[in-house]
Design a protein around this ligand. Structure first.
Ligand SMILES: [Zn+2]
Length: 176
């Protein structure tokens, strides 16, 4: 069996710094009218951040799979790793990944996943799809959730709050 990345050796301070970088990406997404979710890819030995991405389904090319995690994996493979395997890379994302993204991480053989806020309605783990430790699949990896959770969740909550008030504003206009 392949060697698991030892995530417990990484200090919490380090995880938070990387999550803050992912959150910067989330804020860029928000400025573009996207749902604020950001991701960064980190090489486990050097600690180098090799790719940054944000959610972009609403922006051209309107990719239904354009989640931050998928885009961070694609960028890492294409521009840095020049391979489809990401065994020595850790993916940091501000929100718990959906089942598609978690499955893609299995495909990409990621070394580990660290996420910020939990997503009770759409997150793979929250919904019971623990694909990262399914022994029927050919790759397993460690997952750490709830890192910098309040901050990551706060950005999303504020975004949806703003949008709801915007929607009710539009409704007012329609009614008048
Ligand atoms: Zn996803």
């Amino acid at each position: 069996m392949e060697k698991m990345v030892m995530m417990e050796k990484i200090e919490l301070r380090e995880h938070i710094l990387r999550m803050q970088a992912a959150l910067v990406q989330a804020k860029i997404a928000e400025e573009k009218g996207e749902v604020p979710i950001g991701a960064v890819m980190v090489e486990v030995n050097s600690g180098e951040m090799v790719a940054h991405a944000f959610n972009r389904r609403r922006l051209p090319p309107f990719d239904p799979c354009g989640h931050a995690e998928i885009l961070a994996m694609r960028e890492s493979c294409e521009k840095v790793v020049h391979d489809w395997r990401l065994n020595s890379y850790l993916l940091y994302v501000t929100l718990e990944p959906c089942p598609m993204c978690l499955a893609a991480m299995v495909q990409a053989r990621v070394g580990g996943l660290i996420f910020g806020a939990y997503d009770k309605k759409g997150g793979a783990l929250s919904l019971g799809y623990a694909l990262h430790r399914d022994s029927r699949l050919n790759h397993r990896f460690p997952v750490l959730g709830g890192i910098y959770e309040l901050e990551c969740a706060g950005v999303l909550r504020d975004f949806f709050k703003k949008r709801r008030s915007m929607d009710s504003f539009h409704m007012e206009i329609l009614r008048s």
